[in-house]
Write a protein that binds this ligand. Structure first.
Ligand SMILES: NC(=O)c1ccc[n+]([C@@H]2O[C@H](COP(=O)([O-])OP(=O)(O)OC[C@H]3O[C@@H](n4cnc5c(N)ncnc54)[C@H](OP(=O)(O)O)[C@@H]3O)[C@@H](O)[C@H]2O)c1
Length: 339
């Protein structure tokens, strides 16, 4: 597949190598936006929540410019969504590619503003002990989930309405953070830090963009059934790699995570976030923060509204961290977690 000067996937014959000519023609029609007032940019649409958001929006006849990193994903989604979808091929950490993608979208918008930008692309670098977390992993977590989000926002801000010469209403920025941006569980601190920082950035930006009429809205999902969680366990650094005193605790936390996630009703489907995003993009007066989670009391109300001391006591007990280790004696996993 060839890439346009902007990083968007070009509509030329090479877009689907190996496919039949007639299929190529079907998926390579030039981007024809039917209604310029209903155009949304969504990052990370190849899977999970981003894909569900794109699907929901396209089902309601919005035009989606969706970012992917692989040419095969671009082609797959063009096949699936056809004329309401235009893939943008970029990694959110590649500033040049992000800027080029913004220029490409602008070239389609005929001096009209975007309806919205949904910053969804994100990663979870793993369920690790914070003390053992390689700094490279922490940097990567913050680079993708925080710095790159800002890069995308900066690139698309003119199209959302800081360019006052454009026609149309100002657009909205929706940042997909997490309930774990509002409180932190042990062994997922890097992820929580990235999401808490994105919350902070969103809140400040919301005020700064008020004169331009561009709302910045936090979408904070709880556990959603996607591949990110399997990745979080697989990416974990410590187990079996070295003899860390934290290993038994991390192993136990993985068991807890598995037990929790195997409970029926622990996850919501990604479509729940898709539906909410669709509503928030068109709601007349959107709130600043939306929580979409199963088990509202356990996942949100208790940890966020409960007294910190009590919450901390419950969390440390759940994760087997409530007993102080004895000094001067070698610890083993089984002696650490006896109940
Ligand atoms: N699942 C949950 O429980 C949950 C809860 C709260 C918040 N969230 C947030 O929701 C967002 C989506 O996660 P998900 O659960 O749907 O996981 P997912 O299925 O793994 O989707 C992640 C998406 O982000 C893209 N992505 C990752 N790194 C990227 C990069 N450097 N540049 C461009 N795109 C990149 C991925 O593209 P590739 O396919 O190319 O890797 C993929 O499209 C994340 O920000 C996550 O933190 C998830």
């Amino acid at each position: 597949m060839s890439q346009g000067p902007s990083g968007a996937v070009a509509n030329d014959q090479k877009v689907c190598p190996g496919a039949s000519w007639s299929k190529c023609e079907a998926v390579e029609r030039p981007t024809a936006i039917k209604d310029l007032a209903r155009v949304v940019v969504v990052t990370g649409v190849s899977s999970g929540i981003g894909h569900a958001i794109a699907k929901e929006l396209i089902g309601k006849k919005f035009h989606v410019f969706g970012s992917v990193r692989k040419e095969t994903d671009a082609q797959r989604l063009r096949d699936q969504f056809v004329e309401y979808f235009t893939p943008l091929l970029f990694d959110v950490t590649d500033e040049v590619a992000v800027q080029k993608a913004a220029a490409e979208v602008r070239s389609h918008m005929k001096e009209h503003t975007l309806l919205g930008l949904v910053n969804n692309a994100g990663i979870h670098v793993g369920l690790d002990a914070t003390a053992d977390l390689p700094l490279a992993k922490l940097r990567k977590q913050l680079e993708v989930n925080l710095v790159a989000q800002m890069s995308v926002i900066q690139a698309f801000l003119p199209l959302l309405g800081t360019d006052l010469t454009l026609n149309g209403k100002p657009g909205r920025i929706l940042n997909n953070t997490s309930i774990y941006g509002s409180y932190t569980l042990p062994f997922m601190t890097a992820y929580a830090a990235s999401k808490a920082a994105l919350n902070a950035l969103s809140e400040g930006l919301h005020c700064e963009l008020k004169p331009f009429g561009i709302p910045v809205i936090v979408i904070a999902p709880g556990p959603i059934k996607t591949e990110i969680w399997e990745g979080a366990v697989q990416n974990a650094q410590c187990i079996g790699h070295h003899n860390s005193p934290f290993d038994p605790f991390v192993q136990y936390s993985h068991k807890v995570a598995r037990a929790l996630t195997e409970q029926p009703g622990w996850f919501l489907p990604a479509s729940a976030v898709g539906r909410k995003v669709c509503k928030v993009l068109t709601k007349r007066s959107p709130a600043l923060h939306y929580v979409i989670t199963p088990n509202w009391c356990f996942n949100w109300f208790g940890p966020v509204c409960g007294p910190k001391r009590v919450v901390n006591a419950v969390v440390t007990r759940i994760f087997g961290l409530h007993k102080t280790l004895k000094r001067g004696k070698a610890q083993t996993g089984s002696s650490v977690h006896t109940d």
